[in-house]
Design a protein around this ligand. Structure first.
Ligand SMILES: [Zn+2]
Length: 496
């Protein structure tokens, strides 16, 4: 046993200096006055002094693409380049460093460059004639490819201009999965890189959404004891396929939690399925109709696999709710969830509550895209932009909702401030409630949750220690995070 002593825990009657006793399994055994440890005859082998720091539960991010984030971390960030010329120079250097496989560069933004345009095929061919080379734009919807990369994308694939090398939309999202699959080792390294980043941000658990091969990478790390982050995995596959993935976990930190299904696209790409057309035209794309959603729900019920439905537009959410009509047991008691649900009317909120869907929402979205002149306003107009991301309404309706980042960016501090500063005062969530949605509420979204997410005996000892300033004004940020403890062990300590 070890004890973390002299921690300040809000709402607990341990005025100065609580001791958190952690058992050898990494769980909280007790939270006591330090003096009563001796009285009870508990003699921890080790005492770690928290120096009066504020102790709060570690974050649980309810929507991540961590493996992908880890892969991006190893790639040059073209967002730092001040010109196209400089970006091409970065590509040239990186090509020499990366001796194997396809070469990816991320994040270019030509709007800041004197040339006023992104790279062309010919320029990329000149840098790399024999291996695939791809530069992706900061938005994630556009990329430029060299000849070798284009050769691996089948003829007839939509959104590919073989002359300029420009790639758009769907093909860009699916580059890795469909055409340039990373190796198991690449994914493993990416996960370890992203795990370190997560710990530095006080995140001890994630709900990861990705393709089945990524599950293999997590599983193998877990088997070797290298996965210290707790991962609930939603695999992009049919529920019956997901059922086969399940049960082969190493009973450690990795668990297959459910299936991920896309019902529509994004507001940024004008592909979210909306009822009222976008001012620029079109109503987005509904990827599955009501009949097919109903079939999926039936399969899910048969194999007991909950589904995380990506649904952003009101038409996509509506289709999901319609698929549940006329069947009282449509959800089959499973913790099905809607990811994003950015565009909800009052009627949808009520139907979500009655049916028992969970909501996984992103507080960073309104901060990133809301407000005057933001992306939401550009795509939908000011009136509709104001009514997005209805966190406050969902909480008041009593719907189980949790917060996640979608890795845009992976940063709960950014998200909490996003919720607290929502452009619509009705939908604002105060910091304390936002913290709950990023911790214990996230825990309760996963099947069989209840293991972590709170500072209570029996739960996992996953907690963060913050500096005194945070205790004073309630604002949490990365600078104030002194220590991240995961499973009772120090996972990250701020450099002093
Ligand atoms: Zn996502």
């Amino acid at each position: 046993m070890r004890a973390f002593v002299r921690g300040r825990i809000p709402h607990r009657r341990v005025p100065e200096g609580a001791a958190i006793l952690v058992d050898n399994g990494g769980r909280i055994a007790a939270i006591e006055e330090e003096s009563s440890l001796d009285a009870r005859g508990w003699t921890p082998l080790e005492r770690i002094d928290l120096g009066g720091g504020l102790v709060l539960p570690a974050f649980q991010d309810a929507h991540t693409h961590l493996c992908q984030t880890g892969r991006f971390l190893a790639r040059p960030d073209l967002g730092r380049a001040r010109s196209l010329c400089e970006a091409l120079e970065t590509a040239r250097r990186h090509r020499i460093e990366k001796t194997e496989g396809a070469i990816f560069l991320e994040g270019y933004d030509e709007s800041m460059w004197p040339e006023g345009r992104g790279p062309h095929r010919g320029e990329l061919d000149a840098i790399e004639p024999s291996r695939p080379l791809i530069a992706r734009r900061v938005c994630g919807h556009i990329a430029a490819a060299n000849r070798e990369a284009l050769a691996r994308i089948p003829m007839g694939t939509a959104g590919v201009d073989r002359t300029t090398g420009r790639l758009e939309e769907e093909v860009v999202f699916r580059l890795e999965e469909d055409f340039f699959p990373p190796s198991l080792e690449e994914n493993r390294e990416a996960i370890l890189r992203a795990q370190a980043l997560a710990f530095s941000l006080g995140i001890a658990a994630v709900h990861e959404l990705d393709a089945p091969p990524v599950a293999e990478a997590y599983r193998s790390l877990d088997c070797e004891g290298k996965l210290r982050l707790r991962v609930f995995f939603y695999a992009r596959a049919h529920p019956e396929e997901v059922a086969k993935l399940r049960g082969r976990e190493a009973s450690g930190n990795f668990r297959v939690a459910g299936a991920k299904v896309f019902l529509d696209g994004s507001i940024g790409g004008r592909t979210a399925a909306v009822r009222e057309p976008y001012p620029a035209g079109g109503c987005g794309e509904l990827l599955l109709d009501v009949r097919r959603i109903r079939e999926l729900l039936r399969s899910a019920r048969a194999v007991r696999v909950p589904i995380a439905f990506h649904a952003i537009g009101d038409r996509a959410v509506g289709a999901l709710l319609d698929a549940c009509a006329e069947d009282e047991d449509a959800l089959g008691g499973l913790p099905h969830r809607i990811e994003h649900a950015e565009m909800l009317g009052d009627a949808e909120i009520e139907r979500i509550r009655v049916l028992g869907f969970r909501l996984s929402m992103q507080p960073n979205f309104p901060r990133r895209w809301g407000g005057a002149g933001g992306m939401y306003e550009d795509r939908l107009g000011a009136r509709r932009a104001r009514s997005l991301n209805r966190f406050g309404s969902a909480v008041r309706a009593g719907i189980p909702i949790a917060f996640g980042s979608d890795c845009m960016p992976l940063d709960p501090f950014y998200g909490i401030e996003g919720a607290a500063g929502h452009p619509s005062s009705e939908e604002r969530i105060d910091r304390e409630e936002a913290l709950r949605l990023y911790t214990s509420a996230a825990e309760s979204l996963v099947p069989g949750g209840g293991d972590g997410g709170a500072l209570e005996p029996g739960r996992r000892a996953d907690f963060n220690v913050y500096s005194e300033e945070a205790a004073r004004d309630g604002i949490l940020d990365r600078e104030r995070l002194l220590l991240s403890v995961v499973g009772g062990e120090i996972a990250h300590a701020r450099e002093r």
